[in-house]
Design a protein around this ligand. Structure first.
Ligand code: TXA
Ligand code: MG
Length: 346
């Protein structure tokens, strides 16, 4: 199949065309403020199957459903808890996915066999326009091949999925750069399943206590049960193995300097680039700018695949604010392989 590249800046009919493809049950790459999504009609099992096929995604990994109006909630959730409305009022449209018990109308395929469904109201104007124009609610995982870093430009989407999907709607680079925060309200207490564009601190400001799922901080073994099935798979990974060098930036930079050889890829904070002149370096953004780090992390990880690096060493921000999401993506790319030079490991 030839993948159409639809650019609303050049073609006034781009959104109409993308919507028409979606109504036919096709899969379309859609820009959102977080990352690109691989969208299809969430209520049509055959369309949803086509998403899993294009991505090579395990069938037990549920999809997020994207809406452009709160009026779609009763179609998707059996009951909308007051906490969900409070969160929607504060963070929607935006990078927050809320998981609640699903209705019988949401196909088993969309929910990955679970009895819940995650819903998100994206703020990207093209995502909103596409949902409205199609008249559908759209299931959309991140638009990458399963296991690869998520995509934050239409070029990334073409890299992974050209020939496998009907079209990609080009919205330029994504502004947030890491995926949405996934929060479950389906259990007794609110639980963070994936850190993302909305910080844990800001969720706690609305909800009080929020539990953190174990899969956010550590690798879950094969066969273990997890709350967010996607969190158990190796993820976000470039071809070369990644090691996260954790700790204070001066120490981690010095460690990387000692260890780096000709075939080492280095992902470092901007301030440390001068230490690594002549080596293969990608910049993660300034130490204190987690917003820039979120925007850059996937592009940086992906770009090592265009080099001949045999291993990648990465600096990493601390687990606070948006840093929690950036650190989570880096650690998952590393399969949670971490070294701590500050703790006597040379
Ligand atoms: O920002 C985003 O969330 C992007 C854009 C396109 O909206 N989408 C995205 O989808 O990242 P995906 O499928 O790549 O990641 C969704 C994560 C997976 O780890 C999945 O297992 C989890 O959320 N998830 C989805 N629905 C769930 C549910 N009902 N219960 C538990 N976890 C769920
Ligand atoms: Mg994904």
């Amino acid at each position: 199949m030839l993948t159409e590249r639809l650019d609303p800046k050049k073609d006034a009919g781009a959104i109409k065309r993308a919507a028409e493809l979606l109504r036919r049950g096709e899969v379309v790459g859609m820009p959102t403020e977080t990352v690109y999504g691989l969208a299809a009609d969430a209520m049509r099992p055959d369309a949803v199957d086509a998403i899993f096929k294009a991505k090579g995604r395990p069938q037990d990994n549920p999809l997020i459903v994207h809406i452009a109006s709160l009026e779609s909630l009763p179609l998707l959730w059996e009951h909308t808890p007051p906490e969900a409305l409070a969160l929607a009022g504060r963070f929607w449209p935006g990078p927050l996915t809320i998981v609640c018990k699903k209705t019988g109308r949401v196909p088993r395929e969309t929910a990955g066999g679970l009895d819940t469904v995650g819903v998100r109201f994206p703020s990207h104007p093209l995502a909103k326009a596409l949902i409205e124009e199609s008249g559908l609610v759209l299931a959309a995982p991140s638009a990458n091949l399963s296991g690869r870093p998520s995509t934050t430009t239409a070029e990334h989407v073409m890299e992974d999925l050209s020939g496998k999907i009907a079209a990609v709607l080009d919205g330029g680079p994504c502004s947030v750069g890491v995926e949405s925060t996934v929060l479950s309200l389906a259990g007794e207490r609110p639980r963070l399943l994936r850190p993302g564009g909305v910080t844990l601190e800001s969720l706690r400001a609305v909800l009080g206590e929020v539990e953190i799922d174990r899969a956010v901080r550590e690798q879950i073994g094969d066969g273990e049960t997890v709350s967010a099935p996607g969190m158990k798979y190796r993820h976000y990974a470039p071809h070369a193995p990644v090691t996260v060098v954790a700790g204070a930036p001066d120490e981690t930079a010095a460690y990387i300097k000692r260890r780096a050889g000709e075939k080492t890829g280095i992902l470092c904070f901007d301030e440390y680039a001068p230490l690594f002149v002549g080596l293969t370096v990608r910049l993660l953004g300034p130490v204190s700018d987690t917003g820039a780090q979120a925007q850059k992390v996937f592009d940086a990880l992906r770009s090592f695949d265009q080099t001949d690096c045999a291993a990648i060493l990465a600096q990493c921000p601390p687990d606070s604010g948006l840093g929690l999401a950036v650190a989570n993506r880096l650690k998952k790319a590393a399969g949670f392989k971490l070294v701590h030079p500050g703790e006597g490991c040379l």
